[in-house]
Design a protein around this ligand. Structure first.
Ligand code: MG
Length: 203
């Protein structure tokens, strides 16, 4: 199982981090050891002073595929969930300045809290999936899949040109604006439509 994450997929988030809108999806991997499941707490690591939350819609891949055409991409995922792409922003900024890969900023242990999934057929509108993140009860990130620059189908088609997708792979589809730091005692809750799918306490 692999975890593929899309970066820079919402215009407002690109603006807040002062990036350019990409011409093709930007993606990177997290190792399976970054998964944090069953609403377990997240312990702040000692190597960063600036861990940011990034709430994201997550696709679960349902069958093996390579070079998937966009028109067939929707048949490769059946379930949608909510995840958090924890990012050591201080380490990421150093990596970016040096033109180096982001792995230590994104792929550390427990950097990918993952909540429940629901079958996509249960969604009211698969082209307009609303989601949000609450921090200590206040909504800090809120968007819809229709705000994505690259759709689920674009992402599957593009990635599968380079990397074979396998059953159970997870694709984090990018974060909207409103990212920010966490501190000890914070409580994060991720919602898909109005259903709470994920919680994570910071310790
Ligand atoms: Mg992200």
């Amino acid at each position: 199982m692999k975890i593929i994450c899309i970066g820079r997929n919402y215009r407002e988030h690109i603006k807040e981090l002062h990036h350019e809108v990409p011409a093709t999806p930007v993606f990177f991997l997290k190792p399976d050891t970054s998964l944090l499941i069953r609403n377990r707490p997240f312990f702040l690591p000692d190597f960063s002073k600036e861990i940011h939350y990034e709430v994201e819609l997550v696709m679960k891949i349902g069958k093996v595929g390579k070079n998937i055409q966009k028109k067939f991409a929707h048949t490769y995922y059946d379930e949608i969930g909510i995840g958090i792409d924890f990012t050591a922003r201080d380490l990421q900024n150093i990596s970016k300045q040096q033109g180096l890969p982001w792995l230590i900023a994104k792929g550390f242990d427990n950097a990918a809290p993952l909540g429940k999934f629901i079958p996509k057929e249960q969604l009211k509108d698969q082209q307009d999936i609303h989601f949000h993140l609450n921090l200590n009860g206040t909504t800090v990130q809120k968007s819809s899949s229709k705000e994505m620059i690259f759709s689920f189908d674009d992402i599957i088609s593009y990635i599968s040109h380079f990397i074979t997708l396998k059953t159970g792979d997870l694709i984090f589809t990018g974060t909207p604006s409103g990212v920010g730091p966490v501190k000890v005692g914070d409580k994060l809750e991720g919602f898909l439509e109005d259903e709470k799918m994920l919680k994570c306490e910071i310790r």
